[in-house]
Design a protein around this ligand. Structure first.
Ligand code: UGA
Length: 434
């Protein structure tokens, strides 16, 4: 089978490279010529474990190719995945102009039956909108089907999530399209991955409901963490005690500085917007979003209280990307925190294994450091914002010898408070007694 993926962003490239690994012939198309030129040489423009190797393999074995020519991408493929961006508009709703443009491109060049699939997160109703755009643009009526096949992969473990997903969701209103999609995903069928086959709007909503639910779990535990601090309880034990109930589950109950990234904040906003448009306020999603914004303010307050006043202090921040194993800084709590601390008059020394340069471009007053120990030099506090593995086993003796004061603000609850205290550090974490 031959497929195309339009858009070589995160979702598009991972999808293309993974299907090539499944033995499918894949053409990835993007109208960014520079990006395509880089990809043709195997140069992946973002950090994700395993993707470079997979792209190189696909290129070498001639199952993966890149083009800027939409006609070429449409012509060969039976299945066309749309994986272009849906950036948020000012009111929180998603901007569908890129998706619609691709729809027009497909309509112009199709000469036979196609299955047209939305892969990136698109608001409920987008499938129907694409159908309308294609029908309107087609010179003559050629049959096609629309499918919603939302992606659930996480940055940092995208390849593994694609190859071993919890489920595959296929929203379609044609048996032929469902059969083609199942054929495409046959390797997953063989490992007994559950398939959820439904209609297009339901599949679109499954994606938003899933992300909003996960975001709600995080906001819920963050609110409980703040209460723990007031009543002297330990949020990690509360989460453990809750999570052992199979109906609740232990995942996504880690308290911290709040969720970031390109998905949760944007998808919550889009869901809230969809609710409003339909006269049905999404009250829980709205609360999850509000609690998340408040959590960042809580972190600033925590840092201020622990350091006395941040003005004139030197603070060392470890971890800048919105989570470990990625260089993605979109909605990263660390950037928002850095901005607040700089504005309050602190000097902020920073280190991140993958996002350092980009973070310092975004906030030029941040002082880039070589590693955690360099960042800690002369610091009044060391703040762990993102829990990269290399920050999980720091040498406290070495840190103490270079810092002005031995204070650790552990915003991801990485360390056991007793171990930190035994090393002679004051330890402030989230939702746990000191
Ligand atoms: C999220 C979803 O987990 C994926 O299933 C989905 O496919 C993706 O969005 C998407 O829609 O494309 P991602 O944004 O890559 O994936 O990252 P997550 O691992 O979900 O983390 C999101 C944020 O929540 C991070 O800032 C992380 O630090 C935070 N988080 C996560 C917590 O604060 N506590 C937790 O317990 C879990």
């Amino acid at each position: 089978m031959h497929i195309s993926v339009i858009g070589t962003g995160y979702v598009g490239l991972v999808t293309g490279a993974c299907f090539a690994e499944f033995g499918v012939n894949v053409t990835c198309m993007d109208n960014d010529a520079k990006r395509i030129a880089r990809l043709e040489k195997g140069d992946v423009p973002f950090y994700e474990p395993g993707i470079t190797e997979l792209v190189a393999k696909g290129l070498k074995e001639n199952r993966l190719s890149f083009t800027t020519d939409i006609a070429k991408a449409v012509d060969k493929a039976l299945v066309i995945f749309i994986a272009v961006g849906t950036p948020p508009k000012e009111d929180g709703s998603a901007d569908l102009s890129f998706v619609e443009e691709v729809g027009r491109g497909i309509a112009r060049y199709m000469t036979g039956y196609k299955v047209i699939v939305t892969k990136s997160t698109v608001p409920v109703g987008t499938g129907e909108a694409i159908r309308a755009v294609i029908k309107k643009t087609q010179q003559e009526p050629i049959r096609f089907d629309i499918v919603s096949n939302p992606e659930f992969l996480r940055e940092g473990s995208a390849i593994e999530d694609f190859m071993r997903p919890n489920r595959v969701v296929i929203g379609a209103d044609s048996d032929q399209a469902v059969a083609i999609m199942k054929d495409l995903y046959r390797p997953l069928y063989l490992i007994e991955t559950p398939f959820v086959v439904t209609d297009v709007p339901t599949a679109e909503l499954i994606k938003y409901a899933s992300n909003a639910f996960l975001a709600t779990k995080i906001s819920f535990i963050n609110e409980i963490a703040n209460l723990c601090e007031k009543v002297g309880a330990n949020v990690q034990m509360v989460a453990k005690g809750m999570g052992l109930d199979h109906r609740i589950g232990s995942k996504f109950l880690h308290a911290g500085p709040g969720f970031g990234g390109s998905c949760f904040p944007k998808d919550l906003a889009a869901l809230i917007q969809t609710g409003e448009r339909n006269g049905l306020p999404m009250q829980i999603a709205s609360a999850a979003s509000r609690v998340n914004q408040n959590q960042l303010r809580q972190m600033v307050k925590k840092i201020r209280e622990a350091t006395g006043d941040v003005a004139g202090k030197t603070l060392a921040m470890l971890g800048l990307s919105f989570k470990p194993n990625t260089n993605d800084l979109r909605e990263a709590p660390a950037l928002a925190l850095g901005q607040e601390l700089l504005a309050a008059g602190a000097a902020v020394r920073v280190y991140d294994p993958a996002a350092l340069e980009e973070a310092c471009r975004a906030l030029p007053k941040l002082q880039a450091c070589r590693d955690a120990y360099h960042a800690a030099e002369g610091a009044d506090a060391l703040i762990i914002v993102t829990e990269w593995n290399q920050f999980r086993n720091l040498d406290f003796e070495r840190l103490k010898s270079v810092m002005r004061r031995p204070l650790l603000l552990d915003l991801r609850n990485v360390y056991d408070p007793q171990r930190v205290a035994a090393a002679g550090f004051r330890h402030v974490s989230v939702g746990r007694p000191p």
